[in-house]
Design a protein around this ligand. Structure first.
Ligand SMILES: Cc1cc2nc3c(=O)[nH]c(=O)nc-3n(C[C@H](O)[C@H](O)[C@H](O)COP(=O)(O)O)c2cc1C
Length: 358
């Protein structure tokens, strides 16, 4: 856990990544919160920080008050974040997240775009008036699919301008890239739907375009086989993910961030197929130290932790000392002010006892 790791050109002091977490605290216009530099810099002792999901285009926004990376003002806001994190000794990748069908006109002013005009049953999204069913999205034209690939590349270019050390493509948890992989919400009859080769095409094209834009040693991708998020169905995951990971491996991306939801057999197969760094996130993990140790021993190069980093700005130190952990208050996860964001305390180390004066 505490041995250094070379990730592309970065030297990480430990194997612990802060997992991406949406916090819905950005300003209007998708500019990161003025507290975001402090929030991320407090967590600079992570081997790698991965930011909250950030939309590569206006159409990519799904939830309320999420930040973007498609305007100059957003770049300027993120520049403050990266400068503050670097000054605190940290390293930071931005997660590029296009939410696809997971959006609502009450949040974004528009009908969400998706591979097909279908919605899974019973999936809801939080809006200003409370949880609502996802609306039926609008099917992207082939020109819109191609433009979205270019939007990811443009956002990656802006990420570098903003000072990020790299980008993570969000291919997990039921958002746009994952939607293209699925069988129930991707019903396209063109080259982006149908066979496995066609359903992985969007993910591979995005990864290729972004790698060509900023270099593969600055690009990672997150996947969550079979996690069923947002009602996605993936009956052929045992064939699809090996095909996808093999295609991504040819692009020489710097890391695969795998959410370990595919089961032992698929996890092991993907480890075998992936030559570069593998970051594991285990949503079933309960104790962060035990979870990290278990997966590093299994063969992961790094482990990402979400809620534990949310509540413990100095998590690596606490794990190293076996110190107690703050508990996350998830009622303060999304939206709001500094409470539940920048006010989790670091360890108060006792002053060294001084000998009594003689
Ligand atoms: C408040 C919150 C927001 C999250 N937002 C994102 C996100 O923007 N992108 C993403 O890939 N995962 C997101 N996740 C999932 C986490 O990255 C992680 O996979 C999950 O919390 C399980 O890991 P943990 O048990 O260590 O927290 C979020 C999780 C939480 C708790």
């Amino acid at each position: 856990m505490f041995t250094p790791f070379e990730l592309g050109s970065l030297r990480l002091p430990n194997r612990l990544a802060m997992a991406p977490m949406t916090r819905s605290r950005s300003y209007v216009d998708g500019i990161p919160s003025p507290l975001a530099p402090l929030y991320y810099a407090q967590r600079a002792s992570a081997g790698l920080i991965i930011t909250e999901g950030v939309q590569p285009s206006l159409a990519g926004q799904g939830y309320i008050n999420t930040p973007g990376l498609h305007t100059d003002q957003q770049v300027a806001g993120w520049r403050e974040v990266t400068d503050t994190v670097h000054a605190a000794g940290g390293r930071i990748f931005v997660q590029l997240m296009h939410a696809g069908m997971v959006g609502h006109p009450d949040n974004t002013g528009d009908i969400p775009l998706a591979p097909s005009a279908v919605r899974p049953d019973g999936v809801q999204i939080f809006t200003p008036s409370g949880p609502q069913d996802l609306p039926v999205p609008r099917e992207m034209t082939i020109e819109e699919v191609e433009a979205t690939v270019r939007d990811f590349a443009a956002a990656a270019r802006r990420a570098v301008e903003a000072g990020f050390d790299g980008v993570e493509l969000h291919g997990a948890n039921g958002y746009l890239i994952h939607q293209f992989l699925s069988q129930n919400v991707n019903l396209r009859g063109d080259r982006y739907g149908g066979s496995i080769d066609s359903r992985i095409r969007f993910a591979v094209e995005v990864a290729k375009a972004v790698a060509e834009e900023i270099g593969p040693d600055r690009v990672g991708i997150r996947l969550s086989p079979l996690n069923g998020a947002q009602g996605l169905v993936e009956e052929d995951a045992h064939e699809l993910y090996p095909a996808l990971v093999s295609a991504l491996a040819e692009l020489d991306l710097v890391y695969l961030h795998l959410i370990a939801t595919g089961g032992d057999e698929l996890n092991a197969r993907l480890r075998d197929l992936w030559p570069n760094a593998l970051v594991i996130n285990d949503p079933a993990g309960t104790d962060p130290a035990g979870t990290a140790a278990k997966w590093l021993e299994w063969g992961a190069d790094m482990v990402s932790l979400g809620k534990a980093f949310l509540a413990n700005p100095d998590l690596p130190l606490r794990l190293r000392l076996g110190a107690p952990l703050n508990e996350p208050d998830l009622s303060l996860a999304f939206g709001g002010d500094h409470r539940g964001y920048t006010d989790y305390p670091a360890l108060a180390l006792h002053p060294v006892p001084q000998p009594a004066a003689v």
